[in-house]
Write a protein that binds this ligand. Structure first.
Ligand SMILES: [Ca+2]
Ligand SMILES: [Ca+2]
Length: 156
C-alpha cells in the first residue's frame, strides 16, 4: 500500500514537471492581447491551410485591393478595422492570382505571418512577431510535406 502511494505521488510530480518545461519551451505570447501560441515540435504534422482565402476573388467585396506591381491584376489585399488600423494583409507574390503570403495584426501591430514559399497553396513558414518588428519564433516545413522540419525560438 505504501509503495503504491509513493509511486502515484512520483508519477504526478513527474507529469507536472514535464508539463511545465514543455510549456515554457513551446509556447509564446503574441501581440497586445498576449494570446498564447503553442509552437509545433520538429517532426510534428501541422495544419497547412492558410487562415485567409487563397483566391484573389474572395477579397474583392470587402478588402482594399492594390496592384503593387502594375500588372493589371491586384496582388495585395488589406483589411482595416473601424479605427483604420490594419487587421490583415494578403499578398500574391508570384502574380498568379493566388494569395501566398499572409500578415496578421492586433491593434495595428503585426503578430504573425503565414507564408506559402513554393506557391502550392499550402503554408510552409509560420512567423511569430513581437511588437511588429522582432521575430519571436518561426516554424518551417522545408520539404512541403506538412510536417515541421525546423523550429526556431528567439527572445524575449
Ligand atoms: Ca501566388
Ligand atoms: Ca507551400
Amino acid at each position: 500500500m505504501i509503495i503504491k502511494n509513493t509511486a502515484l505521488v512520483l508519477t504526478i510530480t513527474f507529469f507536472g514537471c514535464a508539463c511545465l518545461s514543455a510549456q515554457s519551451a513551446l509556447t509564446i505570447n503574441l501581440g497586445p492581447s498576449n494570446k498564447t501560441v503553442r509552437l509545433a515540435g520538429v517532426g510534428e504534422k501541422k495544419d497547412t491551410k492558410p487562415t485567409l482565402p487563397v483566391l484573389l476573388d474572395d477579397y474583392r467585396s470587402t478588402w482594399v485591393l492594390e496592384d503593387s506591381a502594375a500588372t493589371g491584376k491586384p496582388d495585395h489585399a488589406i483589411s482595416y478595422d473601424r479605427e483604420k488600423k490594419v487587421i490583415a494583409e494578403a499578398w500574391d507574390l508570384n502574380h498568379d492570382g493566388l494569395m501566398d503570403s499572409f500578415y496578421f495584426y492586433e491593434q495595428g501591430v503585426q503578430v504573425k505571418q503565414e507564408i506559402d514559399s513554393n506557391f502550392d497553396g499550402k503554408i510552409d513558414i509560420w512567423v511569430y512577431l513581437y511588437k511588429g518588428n522582432y521575430m519571436l519564433a518561426y516554424e518551417r516545413d522545408k520539404d512541403f510535406d506538412g510536417i515541421v522540419d525546423l523550429v526556431k525560438r528567439f527572445g524575449p
